[in-house]
Design a protein around this ligand. Structure first.
Ligand code: DGL
Length: 265
């Protein structure tokens, strides 16, 4: 089916998921919406995050998408459980895929989760991990400063390493062997996180797993695009274009072309 896959995030971070979707499903058309006017979601209340997420879903439905990927941990953890049952098309979040991968990876059954405040406060990761394996111990840490650092392109700065060190100190002591990067921005900081935690801790970035799950769901619903043609991509944002364009290159690994501004979603 030619209809596009809709993807949204509070901003630019969801492009880490788009990158994996493009790689795994090269002939799918994708419409991305980055809510750059209202980012960050991670420090907002549940009601606000639900309202924004609902508006983003309605915007993508107007673009006639066949499925929606919520490429934002904050929306997936806080709004998805509430919103999912109200829509007929499949809506895929990023929490489940990350949890599955982390459970598969851990040997000592001690998993760390780093994310925005809203994601940590929702307990979504912890609940899903415990549901699948109650014996696993989960260690949570909100890291609100990491999002702006990733957006600033400060991935290699000493200041970023110091802040990551501060946040991860308790995790290091707890002896985790697996860390879920529970925010779409954190894959950009993998190198610094690895330096802080050492090579023995496995870093879980759910983007690839989300792409696999999307493929599986589209296949099972008979919604895959079987045309052997390169997919087309349209990117929408709710704020100015230049800053997004600049950041997008870091997240997507290439320049984006078809970028448009929407005035109200
Ligand atoms: N996209 C958000 C997430 O993955 C991070 C940025 C924000 O706080 O909105 O949780």
């Amino acid at each position: 089916m030619k209809r596009p896959i809709g993807v949204f995030d509070s901003g630019v971070g969801g492009l880490t998921v788009v990158k994996e979707l493009m790689r795994l499903l090269p002939n799918e058309n994708i419409i991305y919406f980055g809510d750059t006017a209202r980012v960050p979601y991670g420090i907002k209340s549940k009601e606000t995050i639900v309202k924004f997420s609902l508006e983003n879903i309605l915007f993508l439905l107007k673009q006639e998408v066949k499925t929606i990927v919520i490429a934002c941990n904050t929306s997936s953890s806080t709004a998805l459980p509430l919103l999912k049952r109200h829509f007929k098309i499949p809506i895929i979040g990023v929490i489940g895929p990350g949890v599955k991968e982390a459970i598969y990876a851990t040997r000592n059954k001690r998993i760390g989760v780093i994310a925005t405040k809203a994601t940590i406060n929702s307990h979504a990761y912890e609940r899903q991990i415990k549901r699948l394996n109650p014996k696993i111990k989960v260690f949570n840490q909100a890291c609100p400063l990491l999002v702006p650092l990733a957006e600033e392109g400060w991935a290699r700065r000493k200041e970023t390493r110091d802040i990551a060190n501060f946040y991860l100190k308790p995790m290091k002591k707890s002896g985790i062997d697996t860390l879920i990067l529970g925010c779409t921005h954190y894959p950009l900081l993998k190198e610094v996180l690895r330096r802080v935690l050492g090579n023995s801790v496995r870093l879980i970035d759910s983007a690839r797993q989300v792409a696999y799950e999307t493929k599986e769901i589209l296949a099972s619903e008979g919604l895959l695009n079987n045309k052997k043609k390169q997919g087309k991509y349209i990117f929408y944002v709710s704020d100015e274009l230049q800053q997004f364009k600049k950041l997008a290159k870091n997240f997507l690994g290439k320049d984006i072309e078809n970028l448009k501004k929407v005035n109200n979603v």
